[in-house]
Design a binder for this molecule. Structure first.
Ligand code: PLP
Length: 218
């Protein structure tokens, strides 16, 4: 087995374990977050069948992905990082899924960009689940209004996304996000990273965004 294949197998085994423990029939989708890694690091994962990838910067993704997507049909590209409204059109052109819709100005920009491009992405609303000052994501109290605005603007909102506070037990935050998604009738839960994807899977995550456990430390 190549390094890439081994790491992918390890993460999949962790997800399998969590799903067995939680008696879940369906495993979360694994998005390989390849930010900061170049094509030479990414191609081995594509070679062993990984098809969903995540990036956190539009410019970096534009430089890396069009060539690899031309080589291998069927790649789905996810934007997991903060998006500036003035990059909305570029993001809509390149990505298939956006995990970081978190404020009214961005909803407006994405609505216009999608209408102009005639392309409709799946979107997650990012929630600042730990109510941290420096972090992206909308406040829980603003979530219903943001969802209503997003639907009004024609966005296809499929779920909620969060990045829990660092260095504390993430489980309560994952559970809280799941509770709010359920209340809003949203099936998608984008939660879980390298350090906590098993916990997230136990608590109902439908998408995990895993970088360093697949590519090594950044
Ligand atoms: C970088 C990043 C990840 C992946 O983080 P790892 O700890 O390397 O798995 C997931 N989600 C977001 C939003 C990120 O920026």
């Amino acid at each position: 087995m190549s390094d890439a294949e081994q790491r992918l197998a390890d993460v999949q085994a962790g997800l399998n374990r969590a799903c067995r423990d939680a008696a879940r029939a369906e495993k979360p989708l694994l998005v390989a977050v390849s930010k900061t890694f170049d094509a030479d690091a990414i191609r081995p994962l594509i070679a062993v069948g990984q098809r969903h990838f995540g990036e956190n910067r539009v410019q970096e993704a534009q430089a890396k992905w069009p060539a690899m997507m031309a080589e291998t049909p069927g790649i789905t590209l996810h934007l997991v990082g903060q998006l500036q409204s003035n990059k909305a059109a570029e993001a809509v052109a390149l990505f298939d899924v956006i995990h970081s819709v978190d404020r009214p100005s961005l909803v407006t920009a994405l609505g216009k960009a999608q209408a102009a491009a005639g392309k409709h992405l799946a979107c997650y609303l990012q929630v600042n689940i730990g109510d941290e000052e420096q972090k992206g994501g909308c406040a829980l109290s603003d979530l219903p209004a943001l969802l209503a605005q997003a639907r009004e603007a024609g966005l296809n909102v499929v779920g909620l996304m969060c990045v829990p506070p660092a260095a504390v037990e993430p489980a309560p935050y994952f559970a809280l996000l799941a509770e709010h998604a359920k209340r809003l009738g949203l099936a998608g839960l984008s939660m879980g990273m390298s350090s906590d994807y098993e916990t997230a899977a136990l608590l109902g995550s439908t998408v995990v965004r895993v970088g360093s456990a697949l590519f090594g430390s950044r």
